[in-house]
Design a protein around this ligand. Structure first.
Ligand SMILES: Cc1ncc(COP(=O)(O)O)c(C=O)c1O
Length: 439
């Protein structure tokens, strides 16, 4: 386990930033968002919920767990065995792999309202595909959005005018250089649980033919919000797309929309679907999906075999072990314990997130306190921040130990703050603002 903080990997990160714009491929894995300078940043291996850095130091991951991809834990043996078998048989060929049909059938059996499926490899890509298909079907270009849906032009266009509409959901001031200016005003944002706001938006903009939203992110729907959005879509002939990239398979076997009894016209799955192997899916009604044939949507690596194999095996595993129930229970336990600990030491904190993705935020001095928390937990050998993607690898004894360490860390914070500014005990710069999603 880790005894002290180490900044060796920081030097590698500085070099990476000279070679790779931004330093890496995924903003959420940038060390500045967790603990600038001391975050380990690079891994040599990962297993269950353990991660080893380049010096072979072992950490317990109570943070992003592969940014939500690994509900079954890292390097899951059952999935890996199937992948190794597939690699030996050939991951790619001039012909199609039959697993894409098997996976389509499995996903349709989980989404009885749907008839057809397309696959991709990233969540942003799957969202872009769904938008192309839905625009072709609705014959309308404008879209109402609520949530995060990737990096593509269609979505970032929301920020083209001075209002920076995505500020309400994400990092402030997300830049749009390179996004064609003529997409300006094609994307309209609305706030979660604000039905009146959405109705006004739709009435004012008859060109809106699609509503795309995350079913839930931090707070549950109020006053039958989802049902009423569905009714609005039916009345106005609008295509409803639920982006389940993050929420899928976390609280139900499929989309979290099942919990609320509201079906979309298209659902997007990603992240956990392949337990760390790249595979995403667009599942939808035939009358909409068949419009994919009226446009051009095609990519070489969408046919790669291991993604399908990983997803088939992951779904079998999830079904057998009913993993969504297990991770939700652990998430509830963590939320309850956090609330008690913060209350004990008198901290005013907001706790939110769906059951298996608990998160907290200090209502005062959040950056400072969160940085100190991550620093102290790292010293104890934990990758820990304000958010946990719970996995089945987070076993009972580990969760109990984490909560004990959590309690001691908040106690230490409290003791320091009684005497001096916490900043004096923070060894490096404060962490940067994380992706902020308010819906
Ligand atoms: C709801 C949602 N949609 C889309 C995406 C984008 O997925 P990807 O990063 O795989 O492109 C994410 C990623 O965080 C997400 O949470």
């Amino acid at each position: 386990m880790v005894k002290k903080l180490n900044y060796k990997n920081h030097k590698i990160w500085q070099k990476a930033k000279r070679l790779i714009p931004g330093g890496n491929m995924l903003i959420s894995k940038r060390p500045e968002l967790m603990l600038p300078i001391f975050w380990p940043t690079y891994y040599s291996k990962a297993k269950d919920c353990f991660v080893w850095d380049l010096d072979n130091k072992k950490y317990i991951d109570f943070s992003l767990m592969g940014v939500g991809t690994n509900i079954l834990g890292y390097s899951n043996k059952q999935i890996n065995n199937k992948i190794i078998e597939t690699v030996k048989k050939g991951n790619m060929s001039s012909l199609n792999c039959p697993e894409e049909i098997e996976l389509s059938k499995m996903l349709l059996s989980l989404n009885k309202w749907a008839d057809m499926v397309k696959f991709a490899r990233s969540g942003g890509e799957a969202n872009a595909i769904s938008i192309r298909i839905a625009r072709a079907a609705s014959k309308k270009d404008h879209i109402a959005v609520c949530g995060y849906h990737g990096w593509h032009d269609w979505y970032l266009a929301a920020n083209l005018n001075k209002k920076n509409k995505l500020d309400k959901y994400l990092l402030k001031g997300l830049k749009t250089k390179g996004v064609p200016k003529n997409l300006e005003n094609s994307i309209h944002t609305f706030l979660y649980n604000d039905l009146d706001g959405l109705k006004k938006l739709i009435n004012k903009n008859p060109k809106i033919g699609i509503i795309k939203m995350e079913v839930i992110r931090n707070f549950p729907p109020k006053d039958d919000f989802l049902k009423k959005v569905r009714q609005l879509c039916n009345k106005k002939n609008i295509i409803l797309i639920f982006d389940e990239c993050t929420s899928g398979f976390r609280e139900t076997f499929g989309g979290i929309h099942k919990k609320y009894g509201v079906n979309p016209d298209i659902a997007i799955y990603g992240k956990a679907l392949g337990n760390g192997f790249a595979i995403t899916a667009i599942v939808g009604k035939a009358k909409i999906m068949k419009n994919a044939k009226e446009t051009f949507i095609s990519s070489t690596f969408w046919s790669e075999r291991i993604g399908f194999v990983a997803a088939i095996e992951t779904l079998k595993f999830m079904k057998k072990k009913r993993t969504w129930l297990k991770i939700s229970k652990v998430g509830d336990q963590i939320k309850r314990a956090w609330a008690q600990i913060f209350k004990k030491y008198g901290y005013d904190v907001s706790i939110s997130g769906i059951r298996s993705i608990p998160s907290f935020s200090f209502n005062e001095k959040n950056k400072e306190r969160s940085t100190f928390f991550t620093q102290e937990m790292l010293k104890k050998g934990y990758l820990a921040g304000n958010l946990i993607f719970v996995s089945i690898a987070h076993k009972k004894d580990m969760v109990e130990k984490y909560l004990k360490e959590f309690d001691q860390t908040i106690f230490k914070m409290h003791e320091i703050e009684k005497k001096i500014s916490l900043k004096k005990k923070i060894l490096g710069p404060l962490k940067f603002d994380v992706f902020r999603r308010l819906n």
